[in-house]
Design a binder for this molecule. Structure first.
Ligand code: UDX
Length: 449
């Protein structure tokens, strides 16, 4: 692609694992198409340039104090980043755009949450495209916040949790993309800014595919009259590349190699979700009682008040006699593609959901916050490739839900539907497929910027 080779794209990921992965995957895809790539990143959750020698990296100082960087309130963290990064980002752009030695910059691709990049890019007359790293369906739920707020669905939720939200079928009030925060107004403002600046951007890019989210994409095209590109699933364009902030424990694969096909339940709740030690113990006992082999990711610090797994009963793993394997961080895409994995107990972050769909793995859904709630509802009620664990975490209920997915007829039917989605993934990426064509349009569009 001759023309693309003479253009550079600047990419700015939000510095959280679930956002870094898709942005760097997109960078790889665009690099394969011939573009030069510059990644702008914060010092918080800083990236390792040595893993991507084919890209140029520019670090900006986000000015977060140690206390700010370690807050458990994600919304507080995001709103700080949106304020503190403005000036350093502006200086960085000024430097990058005045560098005569580099190829001309075609555009900026910013994470949707970094909405301040819109005003800065405008100052430099630089086209700003947006990558929304979540699904289209959950984005529409965020875009509906003003209506939802007006109708009282966001506040005063407790008495209405099971109520259907007619504006957003098949969501119930409890599936709306909220998160516990000390300041809900900050969340609403963040969502409003994200949606507004996405709408006024030069184009919106999705890590999703048409066949998966067709009705949502139709609504989006109508409500957001800007170029829309559904290019996903990004990670299927090339063998796994690692933008992981934590090292992958490869013992997962040697352990999986010893297990029977379709026998293992893989358990992981992504990079942010945390839980109480009571919930953690119920999970441990539910998994033990299920009699299925399991591979469980427990991040250090994920259990409130514990460094890692020291609060597990001393003889827990011995008692299981090799049936359970616990790691701090897994090579997730490789794990999900392993023949031994039969189900994924997930928090339904969009990346995890998509990675599971790509490998035809049915899910046990345990959404914790924001878009995860919407994703779980789609998994269970639209794509019908999973069951949701609801009404608290109790060992007997965990055991029951694992049985439904791993053993019972409904689980087998989920597996068949999941296999069908997996086939759709490979079709959409082939020449003439929906994502293939959308990527071609994206490349032509960026060249014309
Ligand atoms: C966050 C939000 O929680 C999520 O709702 C939103 O959609 C994206 O940002 P996170 O919670 O980390 O993401 O979940 P997810 O989107 O699933 O991303 C996690 C990523 O880390 C995945 O790409 C997964 O493959 C990777 N991962 C996870 C590992 O590499 N190893 C692990 O052990 C667990």
């Amino acid at each position: 692609m001759e023309l693309a080779q003479r253009k550079r794209i600047l990419l700015f990921p939000l510095p959280l694992q679930g956002h870094i992965n898709p942005m760097l995957q997109l960078a790889n895809i665009l690099h394969l198409k011939g573009f030069s790539i510059t990644v702008i990143h914060t010092t918080f959750n800083s990236l390792d340039p040595s893993r991507f020698p084919h890209f140029t990296f520019h670090s900006i100082s986000d000015g977060l104090s140690a206390a700010e960087a370690s807050t458990k309130d994600v919304i507080a963290l995001l709103s700080l980043l949106d304020v503190k990064c403005v000036a350093p980002f502006q200086e960085c752009l000024a430097r990058l755009l005045s560098d005569d030695g580099e190829e001309p910059v075609a555009c900026l691709i910013s994470d949707a949450i970094l909405h301040f990049t819109s005003a800065v890019a405008k100052c430099f007359e630089l086209p700003r495209m947006v990558l929304r790293t979540g699904g289209v369906s959950s984005f529409l739920a965020f875009a509906a916040f003003p209506v939802l707020q007006q109708k009282g669905y966001l506040l005063d939720q407790d008495s209405r949790l099971q109520e259907l939200v007619p504006e957003l079928p098949p969501l119930r009030v409890k599936d709306l993309p909220l998160i516990k925060t000390n300041n809900p107004e900050t969340l609403y403002q963040l969502v409003e800014d994200m949606v507004k600046e996405a709408k006024s951007s030069s184009g919106l890019i999705w890590n999703s595919f048409e066949e998966l989210e067709k009705p949502a994409l139709t609504t989006l095209v109508h409500d957001f009259p800007i170029p829309i590109f559904h290019v996903g699933p990004f990670h299927k364009y090339f063998p796994a590349c690692s933008s992981s902030l934590m090292p992958h424990d490869q013992t997962c694969i040697s352990w999986l190699d010893k297990q029977e096909s379709n026998s293992v339940i893989y358990v992981s709740f992504g990079s942010i979700a945390a839980m109480s030690d009571k919930e953690y113990l119920e999970i441990a006992l539910g998994l033990a009682n299920s009699q299925h082999p399991f591979l469980w990711v427990i991040r250090p610090g994920m259990i409130h008040g514990s460094d890692w797994i020291e609060s597990l009963p001393n003889d827990y793993l011995e008692m299981l006699d090799g049936r359970g394997h616990i790691v701090k961080w897994a090579p997730q895409q490789e794990v999900l593609a392993h023949r031994a994995v039969g189900a994924f107990w997930t928090h339904n972050g969009w990346n995890s959901t998509l990675e599971s769909i790509c490998e035809g793995i049915p899910m046990v859904c345990m959404p914790c916050f924001t878009d995860q709630m919407v994703n779980a509802r789609y998994v269970t009620h639209v794509w019908r490739v999973g069951v949701q664990l609801e009404n608290g975490l109790k060992r007997a209920q965990i055991q029951r839900v694992i049985k439904r997915v791993m053993v019972e007829k409904e689980g087998k039917e989920m597996k068949e539907r999941a296999a069908h989605l997996k086939e759709m993934v490979s079709k959409c990426l082939q020449q003439g497929g929906s994502s293939y064509k959308s990527l071609e349009s994206l490349v032509s569009y960026i060249i014309s910027c």
